[in-house]
Design a protein around this ligand. Sequence first.
Ligand code: BTN
Length: 254
Amino acid sequence: KSSLSTSWLGKTVKVMKTVDSTNLEARRLAEAGASHGTLVTAEEQTSGKGRRGRSWVSVPGQGVWMSFVLRPDVELENSSMLTLVAALAVEKGIKDAAGIDGKIKWPNDVLINGKKVCGILTELSAQMDELNYIVVGIGINANIEQFPEEVRDKATSLFLETGKPADRIALLCRVLEHFEHDYEIFKKTQDFSMLMEEYNSFLAHRGQEIKVMRGNDEYMCKSGGINRRGELIVEDSLGRTREIFSGEVSIRGI
Ligand code: BTN
């Protein structure tokens, strides 16, 4: 099905052939007053952005590169959880549209067979303690046929995993529908209490050893699930439980 059945998300859409970055475009639209749910999507990004200042390769016509503006009435401190809502939506959207199971690498990468198929970049604009808007940017490697040598063991596409081209429109529609639905659930409690069970069922590395890196600090621990605050519960080598908070969203003051 390639029609969109949301009620507010993606009802205003800007479809572009080429753009520097859909996140940048969504931010420009937000600054110019774009409403809650405004979507930008492009065939090609000339400077797609990843997290931590990295770039994101966006092969023309072979992916879903999109960003949307949210003007959520949630507390600033709870807004970083929206990135987890997005990961959950992508996981389910991929399953519906491409028929393949992904896993979520906390907080917000989606993996298939251990390789990354989707990245999410959430950017936030706040004034004092008031949230102004959030841009959620989602990149799904739909039909990429070949990755550069150096990322081949880390990145994959739906095409490479399923052996058939993915319907990019269907993918985009299903992800938006799941996001809108789960966003409304999230909003009720402003936490993950009603979503964490489902999120945890998709979690990669659950019960396994993982390496946690925080600045120069690095330690091994056993991964549990997330709690209602969206933090990852881990057990360190001494059997102590820790909750890790992801400082993934960048905060800009205007
Ligand atoms: C990451 O995993 O580092 C995040 C990657 C996010 C990529 C998407 S593609 C659509 C949107 N526009 C951007 O410039 N970045 C995000």
